[in-house]
Design a binder for this molecule. Structure first.
Ligand code: M6R
Length: 609
């Protein structure tokens, strides 16, 4: 879970590398480094800590040169330190490498190389790559890298630079993302698109097992057997601005505010103008096909898992097909029952989460039909699944996922309604009302965002607390799970989400006047019961922050504070109710002086198991 970058061209390599690493820092931020060929030698500079530490180190001392590689690290093998930071070099400082992933057979290779007299400086698995390259190099860089790739096992995205071939970078990937940006007289390599988007929109997405030889005027891609591959240029249509903070203090706040647009973009073209049906041309399913599903699984991690829970509700309620939701890291170890009548939906913002990918591969191996819901075009999960529906959230940079969640809910609602339309399980007037209300969600989010100031005040007030509970029934419970995850991951306040009716079976013992409770009450079918649960916690002297539908006087009566969301259908309330919870988490983290966009111990894409 690191970020890698490479440059070859006429410009100053270090300048681009540092700029690209800034965009990739969300992938890991415990150390960073660059290697630039300065015309005589490979100059390697690295520093433990955030990228700023490297920037400081380079002040007045930046290596000059037109080819280089860079890395921002999230430690797996070896603690964060200057020595373990990438790039790593061989014994003679002729080659250097940056790597994202894990080399599984590094120990046996290391032992072999140690016996031959190689000197290792770090505790990383990565360093074996560059010593192995030194060992097998017989005058041809390309042939030597191919030999290294033949020997290593595991997951990787890596870029090599060689002092002996100072016009060439060689990169390859397996189970980790890699993109090549095609410029004029310069080319770029990166872990993902935001790092290169200010330079070019023309890209090659590198597939597993491919190796690319990148010079300033050419990019050659080869498959595992060394045969040239003709790559299709993927034009990126993301707005360059969208990858920047755009005046907001943090990416997370910007991304919270981008939700109306992200949701609108995700809905575009998917609902018939008379609201009678959902259009998902990318699926092209028939009634017969949907009726063949005896079972649906939705598999995901973290926030995407919470979106999956809402997805289960939608598909079961609307299409009346039984759905199971699984945490991706558990899925393949429990021998799921899958056959060709099973649909497996994987949900992943990045499309690179390794556990979700592994679940997808297992589902395919067992003969299931697979569908990915992802935000990143050309991502590994998008390419592996039989079919894909894209969320149109644009780049999500903050580690805490916000706009990815709401757009995933939109896709889940569309999918549920689409399947229901084919199976005729929802009456036409109900369908029309649901889809009409779905179209209104962007404005609903805009309204929900207007309470930012009040939410900021609550957040300030309660940010000194060390424990919080989130409670709700039905869909509110799933939103509670997402709200509590947001608060935990960025403010480090312990937060637990509970199905409101379950509290009295044990956990109520924890409720005191020191434990605020965020109570969601947007689900009309269980409203009275939720109110009873609110009274239960009030009786234990908890301060209650209620989240309810506009004008809910009763909730106002029982709760200490109320945040209203606009009136909408019960099924669609999660799309609005999550917004105040995102803001509450954000402002709590700000009040506690936490690093909102880069919470401790976490990285944006989890590409290690
Ligand atoms: O890229 P993915 O959607 O597969 O990522 C899944 C989780 O790692 C992610 O949602 C994570 O839980 C976020 N940090 C939550 O804010």
């Amino acid at each position: 879970m690191c970020g890698i970058i490479g440059y070859v061209g006429n410009g100053e390599a270090a300048e681009f590398l540092m700029q690209g690493l800034t965009c990739l820092e969300y992938r890991g931020y415990d150390s960073a480094g660059i290697a630039v060929f300065d015309g005589r030698d490979l100059r390697i500079e690295k520093a433990v800590g955030r990228l700023d530490c490297l920037k400081e180190k380079l002040q007045g001392n930046t290596p000059a040169g037109h080819i280089g590689i860079g890395h921002t690290r999230w430690a797996t093998h070896g603690a964060p330190s200057d020595l373990n930071a990438h790039p790593h070099a061989d014994c003679t400082n002729s080659f250097a490498v940056v790597h994202n992933g894990i080399i599984e057979n590094y120990l046996s290779i290391k032992e072999e190389l140690l016996a031959k007299g190689h000197h290792f400086k770090s505790e990383t698995d990565t360093e074996v790559l560059v010593h192995l390259l030194e060992d097998v190099y017989k005058g041809n860089f390309e042939v030597a890298v191919r030999e290294v790739l033949r020997r290593v096992e595991g997951s990787y995205a890596m870029v090599f630079i060689s002092k002996k071939d100072p016009d060439t970078l060689i990169c390859s990937k397996q189970d980790n993302p890699m993109v090549i940006g095609l410029g004029e007289g310069e080319n770029f390599i990166a872990s993902d698109i935001p790092a290169i988007i200010t330079k070019t929109r023309r890209t090659y997405i590198i597939n597993d097992g491919e190796m690319a030889v990148v010079k300033k005027d050419s990019v050659w891609v080869f498959n595992k057997s060394g045969e040239p591959v003709t790559k299709k240029v993927l034009e990126v249509n993301w707005d360059a601005e969208a990858a920047e903070k755009g005046g907001y203090e943090h990416f997370m706040l910007k991304e919270i505010h981008e939700q109306p647009k992200a949701v609108r973009d995700t809905l575009t073209g998917h609902i018939a103008s008379d609201n009678s049906s959902v259009i998902l041309n990318e699926l092209g399913w028939t009634a017969e096909y949907v009726n063949s599903f005896a079972k649906v699984y939705i598999v995901a991690c973290g926030t995407a898992y919470h979106a999956a829970l809402v997805g289960k509700y939608y598909i079961e309620r609307l299409a009346r097909i039984s759905v199971e939701v699984d945490i991706a890291s558990e899925f393949r170890y429990r021998q799921p029952i899958i056959n060709d009548n099973t649909l497996i939906i994987v949900v992943s913002q990045s499309g690179e989460t390794i556990d979700t990918m592994a679940a997808l591969k297992e589902a395919k191996r067992l003969g299931g039909k697979t569908l990915a819901v992802t935000n990143v075009v050309g991502s590994s999960i998008a390419r592996e699944a039989d079919q894909v529906i894209y969320t149109c959230a644009g780049p999500e940079i903050a580690v805490a996922s916000t706009k990815a969640y709401t757009t995933q809910l939109i896709v889940m609602a569309l999918l549920g309604a689409y399947m229901a339309g084919l199976r005729k399980t929802v009456a036409p007037e109900m369908m029309q009302s649901l889809l009409g209300n779905l179209k209104k969600i962007p404005e609903g989010i805009e309204t929900a965002l207007q309470q930012e100031k009040e939410i900021k005040e609550f957040a300030k007030k309660y940010s000194t607390k060390e424990d919080l509970f989130y409670i709700g029934r039905a869909l509110d419970y799933y939103v509670a799970l997402e709200g509590s995850l947001k608060l935990k991951e960025i403010s480090y306040i312990h937060a637990e989400a509970y199905a409101a009716g379950e509290l009295k079976h044990g956990t109520l013992a924890l409720i005191t006047n020191e434990v605020p409770v965020v109570a969601l009450a947007t689900q009309k079918s269980v409203y009275e019961k939720t109110l009873s649960n609110i009274k239960e916690v009030k009786a234990r002297e908890a301060v209650v922050i209620g989240i309810g539908l506009q004008g809910d006087k009763e909730l106002q009566h029982y709760a200490d504070h109320v945040i209203f969301i606009p009136e909408t259908e019960e099924l669609l309330a999660p799309l609005l109710a999550v917004v105040p919870l995102q803001l509450l988490a954000y402002y709590s983290a700000v009040a506690r002086n936490c690093d909102v966009d880069k919470p401790r111990n976490l990285a944006k894409s989890v590409t290690v198991e």
